[in-house]
Design a protein around this ligand. Structure first.
Ligand SMILES: Nc1ncnc2c1ncn2[C@@H]1O[C@H](COP(=O)(O)OP(=O)(O)O)[C@@H](O)[C@H]1O
Ligand SMILES: [Mg+2]
Length: 439
């Protein structure tokens, strides 16, 4: 039932987009300007991702088999599929109303009204699929049915649903998040590029091996003997509730928090007693919890600080690479970092870590406190970095989103690792679902 997880994840993305459109409609009604490139990027995404791929997959596989297995399915599916069919038409109408509104001032209300109708329809559609169609599918579809559906959803070579298409959708989504107004997105004038470069294959060698790590605050032991491993090219998630010890683990790993027991091997070397700046020089670079950018310093200087352990000669080139990924940082490079929005500061914190040329990138709750659109965007950035071959250790309270993109995960509870497995195994684990996913 891997396919159901994918569909639900896609529903979450679409829901975030719908919520975002509602917020922007509010801003326009309150006198805000219509940003045509932003809406065009949203409509392009919906057309290519939702209408052409997401709905097509549901129609061709899930709904077809559901009709065969259940007589009562028809009533629900007839309506849902009529809505699928109607989608492109509604989108054409929205594009026309956007054109009219963007050229004159008086058609704004017609546009925002149509926009709200559209998002309401979209949300109702998603709700009905989640509440009516998917429970029925769980009940009546056979193991063979699921195998057929899962195969279609996981086919990496499929021109419409496969890996290449997914990379294109990610790029389209990145455009939306970049061009969205600053209150909910990044607010850049240009979108930059998130396209992954050539990805070195996952090497499989162990890069980080932690054994029996302990760390204390006074007499309170916050880490009680942590064992974990990260391989080259892997994306590993550490999830756990607030106060579990996630940040303490990262700080102990990067050497800013004393380790009272255990051993850390990194890239074949015992770094347990190494100073934190030397660990950074070895390639352990962290984007800390709560961003912690230096507010009075310019954005550019914040980025340069991330490269202080690096040879001078590579800094300008690396700066341009970060700028091409996050154009908003380039637009605002001379401004104090404290003037950036939360989402922009998160991109700065990630960019600053990248300036240290990490062998392993540590991310501490990058999605914390961000608008829905930017939560998605941060995870897209993480996915893209992984596709470029980066080894990533991702710490999150947002367990579902983190495990959904992770190769493997660890669950941390009050200083102990209580569960480990692939991201998929943990997402489907009953204990995890009950504790973290609210399901
Ligand atoms: N500076 C500190 N002094 C004393 N106790 C701390 C300090 N920082 C964290 N703790 C305690 O250590 C435990 C783990 O905290 P933390 O690593 O921040 O968890 P998480 O990042 O998972 O939310 C918590 O019980 C917290 O109260
Ligand atoms: Mg924390």
């Amino acid at each position: 039932m891997e396919s159901l997880r994918i569909i639900t994840e896609e529903h979450q993305n679409l829901w975030r987009i719908a919520t975002t459109l509602d917020l922007v409609a509010d801003e326009i009604d309150a006198g805000g300007k219509i940003e045509a490139p932003f809406f065009t990027s949203v409509f392009d995404y919906i057309e290519q991702f939702m209408d052409r791929s997401h709905h097509a997959k549901e129609d061709e596989f899930l709904f077809r088999l559901l009709r065969q297995r259940s007589d009562e399915a028809a009533a629900v599916l007839d309506r849902l599929q009529a809505e699928h069919k109607n989608g492109p038409e509604l989108l054409r109408d929205l594009r026309a109303k956007l054109g009219a509104a963007a050229s004159g001032g008086e058609n704004n209300a017609a546009f925002t009204t149509a926009l709200r109708n559209y998002t309401q329809g979209l949300k109702g559609h998603i709700r009905s699929e989640e509440k009516d169609a998917m429970p029925l599918a769980r009940e009546v579809l056979t193991a063979d049915d699921w195998a057929e559906i899962d195969k279609a959803f996981l086919d990496n070579d499929d021109p419409l649903f496969g890996g290449k298409a997914r990379a294109e959708f990610r790029e389209l989504f990145h455009r939306i998040a970049s061009l969205a107004p600053e209150s909910i997105g990044l607010g850049a004038h240009s979108a930059g590029t998130l396209q992954p470069g050539a990805a070195p294959g996952v090497g499989g060698d162990v890069l980080l091996s932690v054994k029996g790590m302990e760390s204390c605050y006074g007499r309170i032991k916050a880490l009680k003997g942590i064992d974990l491993e990260v391989r080259k090219g892997e994306l590993v998630a550490l999830v756990g509730a607030n106060g579990a010890g996630k940040t303490t683990f990262l700080r102990t790993l990067s050497g800013v928090q004393p380790m009272s027991g255990g051993q850390i091997m990194f890239d074949g070397e015992d770094i347990s007693r190494l100073r934190s700046d030397l660990r950074m020089r070895r390639g352990i670079c962290q984007s800390p919890e709560g961003r912690q950018v230096f507010g009075p310093l310019s954005i550019e200087d914040n980025l340069r600080l991330g490269a202080y352990t690096q040879p001078k000669g590579q800094v300008e080139g690396d700066l341009e690479k970060v700028f091409s990924m996050f154009p908003i940082l380039k637009e605002k490079r001379a401004l104090p970092a404290g003037t950036l929005s939360g989402g922009q500061q998160q991109m700065l914190a990630i960019g600053r870590a990248l300036m240290g040329r990490p062998k392993m990138l540590l991310l501490d709750e990058p999605s914390m406190g961000l608008a829905p659109l930017l939560v998605e965007e941060v995870f897209n950035v993480v996915k893209t970095l992984k596709a470029q071959g980066m080894t990533i250790f991702l710490v999150e309270q947002n367990a579902f989103a983190a495990l959904a993109i992770a190769d493997r995960g660890y669950v941390l509870e009050t200083g102990n690792i209580t569960l480990t497995g692939t991201g998929q195994e943990l997402i489907s684990n009953e204990q995890v679902r009950a504790a973290y996913l609210g399901m």
